[in-house]
Structures are given as C-alpha cells and as structure tokens.
Design a protein around this ligand. Structure first.
Ligand code: MG
Ligand code: MG
Length: 265
C-alpha cells in the first residue's frame, strides 16, 4: 500500500499551524462541554446540539455536519460502537456507558479533528482499563510524530504502544482492523491514510510542519467490526467495548505539538 515515494506530507507554515490550532482549540472546548453534559438520561442528540452550539458560538463551522451526508456535528459512539455513531434522541446515556465523542471544526478554512472517550458516571474496572490504555497508546504513539520519520514509524509506534499498554494494564487489546488516522489541513481527511499498526520505515516522510490526525481505536475482544444498516455506525463484531482517542498533531523540530488541546486529558 505504500510505495517508495519519500515525498513528504505537506508542511504547514507557522501561521497556518496557528490557524489549525485555533480550530483545534474550538474542538477541544466542544469536547469539554459535551463531556460535562454527558450524564445518565441525556441523549446523544442533546450532546450533538451542544457541540454545534459551542462550535458556532466560537465562529467556526462543524466539519462533520453534512460530511458525506453525516447528519451530526459529532460522532457519538456508545459501548460496542467503535466510531461513526449517529447522534440520536433515541440513544439515552446510562450509568457506566463508555462514550466516545469525535468532533471536528473548520475555522478560516483550517480543520481540527479530535476524539475523546469517557465514562458516564463510574466505569467498570475492565472498561476503565480499556479506556486508560487507549489514552496511553495515543500519547505514546504520537511521540513518533517527528521530522525525518516515515509515516509508518507512527503506525509501528502505535502498535508497540498497544502491546505495552496491554502488558501495563494486564488486559487484551485489539487494534480495530481497517480504520486509522489521516492527513489533515484544508480538508478534514487528506492523504496519507495512517494505519494504526504495521512495519516502520514506509510511506511518505514526515517533515517539520507535517500534520496528521492520529487516532487509535482499540477493542476489548476482537479486531473485527461490522457496519449497521445506517451505513455509518461501526461496531465491534463480538459486542465487546471499544475506545477511541484522537488528536491532530504537527511534527516540529522540538517534538510533536498537539493542535487540538483541551484543559483535561
Ligand atoms: Mg475524528
Ligand atoms: Mg480523524
């Protein structure tokens, strides 16, 4: 899938990166607002409305809304839903649910994309371990976002971090097949596709200023998934729970810089 091309992932200027971070901060603020509102009895449609309101109040545009026909400003993926859950007034959160919120915003033509998974109230020990492990995989994996590395050095770092997290937490972790991260900038999804596992040293070069959305998706029981008849909702094939964490990240000379920061992990 990756040829011999070493053509780097496009490098953004300092001004462009500041613009992307401004978009990314709005995404972070929307995620924080959604998490604060995510209590038992609240529907994912209510969370979607809150995210859209937060994004528009900041002068940005929710990038998910209308993307390939997606109806929401967030993806709200509960329990065995891995990604791309459609917000709905029929999906009411309950105590102990594991909720993943994926959100994107456009400001001045630049995109931010980030996902956060958290519990409604107290999570079971198993779900808390899965979720903390996935967070750790993102934070360790993105450390490979360095100028001079190749794309799949990030993939290999994510895979190694997954194996380490499984050991650290004493659990099994499965990297969901067929989904991964992506280039980002003037569009939400740009080349290259970033696999969440694989051999290092392949794919385009990461330059100073190259940006990727890095997004490990881990499940407790299987790497296999199915898509609902709505053509969006991606679930684990065995009904086990999944976690998804994502940041938009730029490679800089002084190390990776997260462009979708938020005040809480
Ligand atoms: Mg996303
Ligand atoms: Mg993404």
């Amino acid at each position: 899938m990756f040829g011999r091309s070493r053509k780097p992932i496009p490098a953004r200027t300092a001004g462009e990166l500041d613009a992307m971070e401004a978009a990314g901060r709005i995404v972070g603020d929307a995620l924080v607002a959604v998490r604060a509102a995510a209590r038992a009895g609240v529907s994912t449609a209510e969370l979607d409305a809150l995210a859209e309101e937060t994004i528009r109040a900041a002068g940005a545009i929710p990038s998910f809304k209308g993307f390939e026909g997606f109806p929401g400003s967030i993806c709200a993926s509960v329990n065995d839903v891995i990604v791309h859950g459609i917000p709905s007034s029929a999906v009411i959160l309950g105590e102990g649910d594991l909720v993943s919120i994926d959100c994107g915003a456009i400001l001045d033509g630049w995109h931010g994309d980030s996902a956060w998974t958290f519990g409604v109230g107290e999570l079971s020990a198993a779900d808390a371990a899965l979720n903390d492990a996935t967070a750790q995989v993102l934070s360790e994996g993105l450390e490979a976002m360095l100028p001079g590395n190749r794309l799949t050095d990030v993939s290999a770092a994510l895979e190694a971090a997954t194996q380490k997290a499984a050991d650290d937490f004493g659990i099994e972790l499965f990297i969901v097949d067929g989904y991964g991260g992506h280039g980002i900038g003037r569009s939400m999804h740009e080349d290259p596709y970033l696999p969440n596992e694989g051999r290092p040293g392949r794919g385009p070069q990461i330059a100073e200023g190259s940006c990727l959305a890095i997004e490990p998706m881990l499940a407790a029981g299987t790497a296999a998934s199915t898509v609902d008849s709505d053509d969006w909702t991606v679930r684990t094939a065995d009904g086990s729970r999944a976690s998804h964490w994502e940041h938009t990240v730029v490679a800089t000379a002084s190390g990776p810089r997260i462009l979708t920061p938020r005040p809480e992990r």
